[in-house]
Design a protein around this ligand. Structure first.
Ligand SMILES: [Fe+2]
Length: 250
């Protein structure tokens, strides 16, 4: 029996001319496959970079590392509640993981001080969102995360830092991270104090809704977190960082 040749639609064939003078023909289908493989590889390299940078944060301060994981989980709960799509959730995950990376630049005696900070120390501590942006913005895939990290301490009433942005001028992801960040700061247990129960933290968020926090996001967050609590799961997972994380770890 004569061997059948595969029929190729010539409209879908592209000629590629290399620098070495050699040209080759490829179908649009195979080129699309190659582009997608390259994109997946680039994404994997970016995620390796995220993990390496966060490993540095873990070496510097294990608490801030765990805090960053929990803030990411809380941010994603809120992101899902307001209907972000897959791409949006991925960007939010990256921004949340990195929001406090600038704390690498804060001296240990300030970062780990188990007591109230002095005015000078507080000024140093307040530099961390700008430091986060500084660390991230030089690498193109982290540019958006740099912007969201820079603004995660802006307040809804414009009295936050570093730029005194107001209301919806503040990027949505920065407004989400601020709520997640504050919630974790209130509910996590530290050597010098026990974490607050969720219900008390919800009340606190409501008290500062409209002044510190976006009121719509506070509502959505509290609703979604109340449901999360009822699931009675003690751990969570993320997509960029492997492993299971305890919800109540300090
Ligand atoms: Fe922060």
């Amino acid at each position: 029996m004569p061997k059948k040749n595969k029929v190729v639609d010539m409209k879908n064939v592209v000629s590629l001319h290399g620098n070495n003078g050699i040209s080759e023909k490829k179908t649009v289908e195979s080129l699309t496959k190659e582009v997608n493989a390259l994109k997946a590889e680039q994404k994997e390299f970016c995620e390796m970079a995220v993990r390496s940078i966060l490993h540095a944060l873990d070496c510097k301060d294990h608490y801030t590392y765990g805090h960053s994981m929990r803030v990411t989980y809380y941010s994603l709960v809120l992101g899902k509640e307001i209907g972000l799509d897959e791409e949006g959730l991925y960007d939010l995950e990256m921004a949340s993981l990195f929001h406090d990376i600038g704390k690498i630049a804060v001296p240990d005696e300030v970062l780990c001080k188990p007591a109230r900070l002095t005015e000078e120390e507080f000024i140093v501590m307040k530099s961390h969102p700008e430091k986060s942006a500084e660390i991230l913005e030089g690498f193109k895939p982290f540019e958006q995360a740099a912007k969201y990290a820079r603004h995660h301490h802006e307040r809804y009433d414009g009295r936050g830092y570093p730029d005194g942005m107001k209301g919806e001028e503040i990027p949505l992801f920065s407004r989400i991270i601020l709520i997640a960040d504050t919630f974790d700061a209130m509910t996590s247990t530290r050597p010098y104090r026990k974490g607050l129960p969720y219900e008390v933290a919800f009340e606190e968020l409501h008290e500062f809704s409209g002044s510190q926090f976006d009121p719509f996001l506070v509502e959505k967050f509290c609703e979604a977190m109340a449901r999360e609590k009822n699931k009675n799961e003690s751990t969570f997972t993320l997509s960029i960082i492997e492993g299971e994380f305890a919800k109540d770890a300090a």
